[in-house]
Design a protein around this ligand. Structure first.
Ligand code: Z5A
Ligand code: MG
Length: 217
């Protein structure tokens, strides 16, 4: 019997504003892909379980202070510590779904309007990380997001940050537009999920044309 060559998994990033439904949709996508017979792993950033992740968690809960550049590099380091795992998992045929990634990383830090922390500066530590085969950006209006509950108690959950984040996401996603698919996340959970599963399945079927996992530039 001739053995089939091993097909790699896809790297699917889910991004978006607060309360856009990223985590809900990542779980639904994982379940749908599993039902269709794909091997899937779901990871989220920040990964608050690692030693670096614990520093990030403390910072986000306002339990500790960090210099803006320093915390930015910790968020990035939190991705680098999982980069090899993502590469190996994808190479072994498992599709990896990631809840927030470098896009959130660059945008939230740049939204602080620190004069020495531009979007360009913030993107640099992300260069070389595994590049998504597709980045699904869950787009939602401030009005629609507000209907899903008020701001939480974490550091960036306020109006000023959120409106800057919205604007910066626009700039960054335009620059990375080859990888991005914008999803209208203001619809019902099921409507959004149906489109996401459809885009993800198409992405998985295109992997032969894409070739091996690429790196962010
Ligand atoms: N951050 C950073 O600064 N740098 C980085 O590198 C990274 C992150 C990776 C914590 O992230 C903070 O870290 C975040 C960015 C920063 N700061 N802020 N602000 P996080 O991912 O841990 O944050 P989160 O609290 O888990 O996610 P979220 O954005 O607030 O929510 P979500 O995952 O997009 O949504 P959800 O939890 O799936 O749903 C929210 C609610 O809406 C929930 O009650 C759902 O039941 C409801 N929902 C979901 N979908 C729908 C629809 N379609 N209709 C109606 N209601 C819905
Ligand atoms: Mg979430």
């Amino acid at each position: 019997l001739e053995s089939q060559p091993m097909r790699r998994g896809a790297l699917i990033i889910v991004e978006g504003l607060d309360r856009a439904g990223k985590s809900s949709q990542c779980e639904l996508l994982r379940d749908q892909l599993l039902t269709k017979g794909h091997a899937v792993e779901y990871i989220r950033f920040p990964d608050r379980t690692t030693p670096i992740g614990k520093l990030i968690d403390s910072y986000l809960r306002n339990a500790s202070h960090q210099d803006d550049h320093s915390i930015h590099l910790l968020f990035s380091a939190n991705r680098w510590e999982l980069a090899k795992h993502i590469q190996d998992t994808v190479a072994n045929g498992t599709t990896v779904i990631v809840d927030r990634y470098s896009y959130s990383g660059a945008v939230y830090s740049a939204a602080k309007a620190n004069p020495t922390l531009s979007l360009e500066w913030a993107w640099q530590p992300e260069v070389g990380l595994p590049r998504p085969d597709i980045c699904l950006f869950l787009s939602i209006s401030p009005e629609e997001a507000a209907k899903r509950g008020g701001f939480g108690a974490e550091r960036y959950e306020n109006e000023t940050m959120q409106s800057r984040v919205r604007q910066l996401f626009g700039t960054l996603l335009d620059r990375q537009r080859d990888d991005v698919c914008v999803i209208d996340a203001g619809r019902t959970v099921d409507e959004v999920s149906e489109e996401i599963v459809d885009v993800a399945v198409k992405c998985i079927s295109r992997l032969d044309a894409i070739g091996p996992l690429r790196a962010l530039g």
